[in-house]
Design a protein around this ligand. Sequence first.
Ligand code: 5GP
Ligand code: ZN
Length: 112
Amino acid sequence: MDCLFCKIVNGEIPSTKIYEDETVYAFADIAPQAPFHAVIVPKMHIKCADEITEENSFVVAKIFEAAAKIAKSENLEKGYRMVNNCGEEGGQTVGHLHFHLLAGRMLAWPPG
Ligand code: 5GP
Ligand code: ZN
């Protein structure tokens, strides 16, 4: 399958690893939108949040467990934001489920 994040997960495309376990891979975003910007993905290919089902929803819990671990190891005690973009109007550009973990500056709300 021609999926950028599947290729990052299996090492075909290099990335800067931030965290990994059996379910989840996290890496530095190539175009960071904050001083700390990780992308957290499930290792299995799921296209977007719309494709979460009873069978695969455990990966979302694993992603948030990973975020909590990363926040501790990266000293993000001032706070952070987890963002999931879904579909064209949601701003999704890569068709493999992912969460952005953004931190290190005051983040605006509501987002643009
Ligand atoms: P989306 O816009 O789909 O929510 O987020 C996709 C993210 O993937 C963007 O923040 C973009 O900078 C990042 N990205 C796209 N291509 C690459 C790549 O080849 N390597 C890394 N590390 N990040 C990428
Ligand atoms: Zn994929």
